[in-house]
Ligand binder design. Structure first.
Ligand SMILES: *Cc1c(COP(=O)(O)O)cnc(C)c1O
Ligand SMILES: [Zn+2]
Length: 415
C-alpha cells in the first residue's frame, strides 16, 4: 500500500497518477504504509544483496525490468583510512559497479518498471550523462523508446557511447543541464512522455536501497555518517529516506549524518547550507571537471537540505584539484576506480576531517557514484603520459630502475 504525497502541503495523490510535482509546486514522495508489510530482517539473512531483495519496500506491482542492479561492494579501505587518519573502519560503497557503471541503475530499474506498469509509451530524461546511459539500457531491456537531452560538449565520452549503442534518441542542446531539464519537463508534460529524472519519486525509491544495503551489510546498524556527491540532489534525499524508513520500523536505531559534497564552481546547496537557508539560489553558469554534478539548479534541493538538517549532517564544497587528488589516491591505494564526481565525496571527507568538522572516531561510508571508465578523457588529461621507449630490453630496464627508487607513497606524489 502506497501513495504519492507532497512534502510541502501534504496533499496525497493516487499511486497511478502521472505527476512529478504537487499542484502547489512542492516535490512529491512515495508514502509507504509499513503496517501492511509482513517481513522481518531475519528473513533477509541468506538472500544476496540487490535492489529487488527489498521488493516488499518498493512501490511496484509487476515483474521488474531488471539487469541485476545493486549488490555493490562495501569496501573496507584500510590504506586510505590510514592516509587520512581515521580511527574507525572506513568504507566505500562502490556504486560504479552497477550494470551501467553508476547508481542510476537502482533508480531506473524501478522507474522503467513503473513506466511499463503505467502503460507509458515513451520515456525521457535530461542528463549530465549517467542518467541517459542507464535509461537507454533499461529502455532497451523493456523495449520502450528512449529520448535523452544532453548538454552539448559537457558529457563524458563513455556515457554518450552507452546512450548511443543502446538505441536512445540522443538530442544535444547548446545549453547546460539545467536548461535541458527545463525543456524535457515541459516536453514530457505536453507529449505524455514518462519523465525519468530524479524529480520522479518512483526513481528515488530504487535509490533508497543504497541505504538498505549499507544497513544490511553492517548487520542492521547504521554508520555515523554517509558522504556523497550532490548534483540534482535526488540521491542524498533517497538514501536518507531509506534510512528513515528502516528506523521507523525499528531495524536500525539511528540515522547517519547525511553529508553532501559539491564542486566549488557548482555549489548552490552548500551555499544554502552555510547560510542556514531552506532553499537554494540557483547558479547560472555552473562549472567543474566533475561533469556529473555540474548542476546549478538542483531540482531536489529542498529534500536534500531537509535530509542534511534533520540528520545533523553537513554540506561542503571541494575544488577540482582536490577532486582529482582524491580520485588518484583512491585508485592507487585501494584499487577503486571512480569518475571525478564520485571523488568529490572522498575529497569532501578529507577536507571536513582536516577542518575538524568530522571526528577521527566516526564510522564513515563514502558513496562512490560512478565508474572510472565513464570519463577516460579526464583520466588521460590528469595522469602522467605513458613513458615512450625504444623497442629494446635495456631501455625498458632503465625505466624499471627509476620505479625501484620510489616507495608507494612517493609514487603517489609523482603521479
Ligand atoms: C547523477 C550522479 C551524481 C549526482 O546525483 P544526484 O542524485 O543528482 O545528486 C553524482 N555522481 C554521479 C557519478 C552521478 O552519475
Ligand atoms: Zn503540495
Amino acid at each position: 500500500m502506497y501513495s504519492l504525497k507532497c512534502i510541502k502541503c501534504g496533499k496525497e495523490y493516487d499511486k497511478r497518477s502521472v505527476i512529478y510535482n504537487c499542484d502547489c509546486g512542492g516535490l512529491l514522495e512515495v508514502k509507504i504504509d509499513f503496517s501492511s508489510i509482513d517481513i522481518d530482517k531475519d528473513d533477509y539473512e541468506n538472500i544476496p544483496l540487490s535492489v529487488w531483495k527489498y521488493k516488499e519496500f518498493l512501490p511496484v506491482e509487476r515483474e521488474p525490468i531488471s539487469i541485476k542492479e545493486g549488490g555493490t561492494p562495501l569496501y573496507d579501505c584500510k590504506r586510505f583510512s590510514k592516509l587520512i587518519g581515521l580511527k574507525e573502519p572506513f568504507y566505500v560503497k562502490h556504486e560504479g559497479l552497477n550494470p551501467t557503471g553508476s547508481f542510476k541503475d537502482r533508480g531506473m530499474t524501478v522507474g522503467v518498471t513503473k513506466a511499463i506498469e503505467l502503460g507509458m509509451k515513451i520515456v525521457a530524461c535530461a542528463s549530465t550523462g549517467n542518467t541517459s546511459a542507464s535509461l537507454s539500457v533499461y529502455g532497451a531491456k523493456a523495449g520502450i523508446p528512449v529520448v535523452v537531452l544532453l548538454p552539448g560538449g559537457k558529457v563524458a565520452l563513455g556515457k554518450v557511447a552507452q546512450a548511443l549503442i543502446h538505441g536512445a534518441k540522443v538530442i544535444e542542446i547548446k545549453g547546460n543541464f539545467d536548461d535541458a531539464l527545463e525543456i524535457v519537463m515541459k516536453l514530457c508534460n505536453e507529449e505524455g512522455i514518462y519523465l525519468l529524472n530524479s524529480v520522479n519519486p518512483y526513481r528515488l525509491e530504487g535509490q533508497k536501497t543504497i541505504g538498505y544495503e549499507i544497513a544490511d551489510e553492517l548487520n542492521w546498524t547504521a554508520p555515523d555518517r554517509i558522504i556523497l556527491p550532490v548534483g540534482n540532489a535526488g540521491n542524498i534525499s533517497a538514501i536518507y529516506k531509506g534510512f528513515k524508513e528502516l528506523k521507523s520500523i525499528g531495524w536500525i536505531d539511528r540515522i547517519p549524518k547525511m553529508t553532501g559534497i559539491q564542486a566549488e564552481g557548482s555549489a548552490p546547496i552548500v551555499k544554502a547550507f552555510k547560510d542556514h537557508k531552506e532553499d537554494i539560489m540557483p547558479e547560472k553558469n555552473p562549472e567543474t571537471i566533475a561533469t556529473a554534478i555540474r548542476i546549478g539548479n538542483p531540482i531536489n534541493a529542498i529534500k536534500a537540505l531537509q535530509a542534511i538538517y534533520e540528520s545533523k549532517g553537513l554540506a561542503e564544497m571541494v575544488t577540482d584539484e582536490e577532486i582529482v587528488e582524491a580520485q588518484k589516491e583512491l585508485a592507487k591505494l585501494e584499487g577503486i576506480g571512480i569518475e571525478p564526481a564520485s571523488a568529490s565525496s572522498i575529497a569532501g571527507l578529507k577536507k571536513l576531517l582536516k577542518n575538524g568538522l568530522i571526528d577521527k572516531d566516526e564510522r564513515v561510508v563514502c558513496i562512490t557514484t560512478g565508474n572510472l571508465l565513464k570519463d577516460p578523457e579526464e583520466v588521460v588529461n590528469v595522469c602522467n603520459k605513458p613513458i615512450v621507449v625504444e623497442t629494446k630490453l635495456d631501455k625498458v630496464k632503465k625505466v624499471l630502475n627509476l620505479i625501484k627508487q620510489y616507495n608507494v607513497t612517493q609514487i603517489l606524489q609523482i603521479y
